[in-house]
Design a protein. Structure first.
Length: 697
């Protein structure tokens, strides 16, 4: 009972959890939950108090404790933690399958579904019942004994493979390092990048490294990698870094190729056990779209983007030719970002590095929190010291309604890249959800939602705060949108509160909605303050940022459509061991999404965590599907008048009361119509991406 993972806590004891706590804690917890499950099965009745209340307690307890372990695995990786997870994970998966395949629980839900009381249930309770019935079937409850045993073996192996897939990416990313001593090789790189690269060199043992004199350690960590491709004058350096990045985890002991093929083979077998033709059919059971509608959206957007992307490439070649560069003759993938930045500078007189001093993290957060107050009538206050954290750079915040001093939610914010222990990307994770049945230890107080907001942006240096690019600002707004949906839920059925129970192709609506505010004049001016002088971003620069919003939008969208297209193809048509390899499929789809061919060695799939180690398998199209909805939702604010504060507040309250509050208690389409007053249309999405004329034509 001294194990911190097993204590009663309001805030997770991140400061004292060690890898050696994981196995005994999970083992002990599973034994306890197994007893509770047996008791539930023996006493279950088709009523909410006798079925859903005890079931939710079991689900919640495991998700909270395992969620802590999984979070630390993402932000504080270590060999000991990996070993602990590898040892205990099979038992965790075994219990989850046992729970999801419980016949007494399934039959009780079926009895509720067929009872005379069904029509009197609330929408949210109906959604809980339908969700649990669907989940049980997709977890093999209807299979015979032999097939169910095989299904469970597949689930165990898939979980191990996903874990190994992520570990290989992290290790491969850490493995690449290029030490540069000659200053000529780093020409063009901004001082921000050189400072990070010098700090990296210090960590590698070069204790006298400085941004000005080097040496500089170039890595595949996001802030360095992106900067090299955008700013390094040395084409050979760009090529080396690009090739290393798109071939991560594709060689030697860290090669994910066999893992991918095994994952796809197992998913196909799983689908056929369940009676489906392919894994995409399984995935789409819990989506808004159908496979055909998703493919149709991808193709429509591809057609709308293609001519724009071709023009983008011609513009880059023309600029390189005008500058007398030999790269104009054979422009390749490692040249695109470099010349794109030069074109952006030329076309809009915008230099990303010159803008960084105006986008310091503290000012960006101030602006984001002020916007949230205006839109959703909430106050966000620093609460550092209230909850233990896993790293000194992590901040903790409490959220309150503007009309009250009582907290309604909390969140952690872990903003900076830590390539030695933290996986790349940005995400929001649930710590605990708003619950209808699970109470705090005093037995009376309702539990408040808590979440993590995690990014990998440019870290501060010894004399500067974290100075952000506009893309990094977008990432913070995006993940905070997810957090808002979790924290502002008013759904009192815990199993469909926040983002739980929402069809997966709708979970990005709130996050992408928040991104749109990054390109509104008032928002930019509220967050863009020079970190030293406090001077506001000049109005003309702000307008140029807004004008540049659609810069190369077609090209950027096509890149996303490549990922979505490959994902669907691998999960509908790919035949393991067949004539076409996974890379053949990627190359083939790449010819339809990239104006210049992918390099033959491209192995991006080996680091495609979204579909091989996360929840986006046969669902990556969800970003585009949800963005259509989020853009349409944002256009409601435009129609209300972005310069009309009263109208914006009214619309913000409506957005809060529907999209953010209702969770999975209603279908996403019903929720959207309740907010917008009509079915969604793609017009706003196409307009924001500068693509509307091409699709009309």
């Amino acid at each position: 009972m001294q194990n911190p993972l097993l204590q009663d806590f309001i805030f997770s004891p991140y400061d004292v959890i060690e890898p050696n706590h994981v196995c005994p804690a999970i083992q002990s917890l599973l034994l306890k939950l197994e007893k509770e499950l047996v008791e539930l099965e023996n006493t279950v009745e088709p009523t909410w108090p006798k079925l859903v209340v005890p079931l939710e307690k079991i689900i919640d307890r495991l998700s909270v404790v395992w969620g802590i372990v999984n979070h630390l695995n993402s932000v504080k990786d270590s060999p000991h933690l990996r070993s602990a997870i590898e040892e205990i994970q099979p038992k965790k998966v075994e219990f989850q399958l046992r729970l999801r395949q419980s016949k007494p629980i399934y039959n009780a839900f079926k009895a509720i579904r067929s009872s005379s009381d069904w029509e009197s249930l609330s929408d949210a309770r109906k959604r809980v019942v339908e969700l649990k019935l669907k989940e049980a079937v997709l977890n093999g409850i209807s299979l015979g004994h032999t097939k169910r045993e095989r299904f469970n073996e597949i689930e165990q192996e898939l979980e191990k493979l996903a874990q190994k897939f992520e570990e290989n990416i992290l290790d491969a990313t850490k493995k690449f390092e290029k030490l540069i001593i000659d200053k000529r090789e780093i020409k063009g790189l901004p001082m921000t990048t050189l400072a990070i690269a010098a700090d990296m060199a210090i960590h590698k043992g070069y204790e006298h490294a400085t941004a000005e004199t080097g040496p500089w350690a170039i890595t595949l960590d996001g802030p360095i990698y992106r900067s090299v491709l955008q700013h390094a004058c040395s084409r050979s350096l760009r090529e080396e870094v690009y090739r290393a990045y798109v071939t991560r985890a594709s060689e030697g002991s860290l090669n994910n190729t066999q893992i991918i093929e095994r994952i796809l083979e197992l998913r196909l077998e799983k689908a056929k056990l369940l009676g489906y033709n392919n894994y995409a059919e399984v995935s789409f059971v819990t989506k808004m779209a159908t496979i055909d509608k998703a493919k149709d959206l991808i193709e429509k957007l591809r057609n709308a983007s293609w001519n724009s992307a071709i023009q983008d490439m011609e513009d880059l070649i023309d600029l390189a030719r005008d500058k007398g560069s030999e790269e104009a003759k054979d422009m390749n993938h490692w040249d695109i970002n470099y010349w794109s930045e030069r074109l952006r500078e030329s076309k809009y007189d915008l230099n990303e590095e010159d803008l960084r001093p105006y986008f310091s993290l503290p000012k960006v957060l101030d602006g984001l929190f002020d916007l949230s107050k205006k839109l959703f009538k909430i106050e966000i206050e620093a609460a550092d010291g209230t909850a233990p954290v896993w790293n000194r750079d992590v901040s903790f915040y409490k959220v309150k309604n503007s009309s009250s001093s009582t907290p309604i939610a909390y969140f952690y914010f872990d903003p900076y890249s830590r390539p030695s222990e933290k996986r790349g990307g940005a995400w929001m994770d649930v710590v605990v959800g708003c619950s209808s049945t699970v109470l705090l230890s005093d037995g009376t107080s309702p539990r408040l939602p808590i979440c993590h907001v995690v990014c990998n942006q440019t870290p501060p240096t010894s004399d500067k705060p974290s100075l952000m690019t506009i893309r990094e600002v977008e990432a913070v707004f995006h993940e905070f949108g997810h957090a808002l949906q979790h924290m502002l839920t008013e759904q009192n059925e815990g199993l469909v509160s926040g983002s739980q129970g929402i069809e997966w192709d709708a979970v990005e609506i709130a996050s992408q909605f928040m991104e749109n505010w990054c390109y509104q004049r008032d928002t930019i001016l509220s967050i863009a303050k020079h970190y030293e002088t406090g001077e506001s971003l000049p109005e003309d620069v702000c307008l140029r940022i807004l004008s540049a919003r659609t810069f190369r939008a077609g090209s950027l969208l096509l890149r996303q459509l490549r990922y979505a297209g490959v994902d669907l193809e691998l999960h509908t048509s790919y035949v393991p061991g067949g004539p076409e390899s996974i890379y053949d499929i990627d190359q083939r789809i790449g010819t339809r999404t990239h104006p210049i061919p992918l390099i033959p060695e491209d192995r991006f799939l080996c680091s495609f965590s979204h579909i091989f180690a996360d929840k986006y398998a046969a669902g990556y199209y969800s970003y585009q599907w949800a963005e259509v909805l989020s853009s349409d939702a944002f256009s409601a604010f435009e129609e209300a008048g972005l310069d009309n504060d009263e109208s914006i507040r009214e619309m913000g309250q409506k957005f809060r009361d529907t999209i953010l509050a209702l969770g999975g208690g209603k279908s996403p389409n019903e929720v959207f119509v309740e907010f917008r007053g009509r079915e969604p249309t793609p017009d706003a999405f196409l307009r924001y991406n500068g693509l509307l004329p091409s699709i009309v034509a």
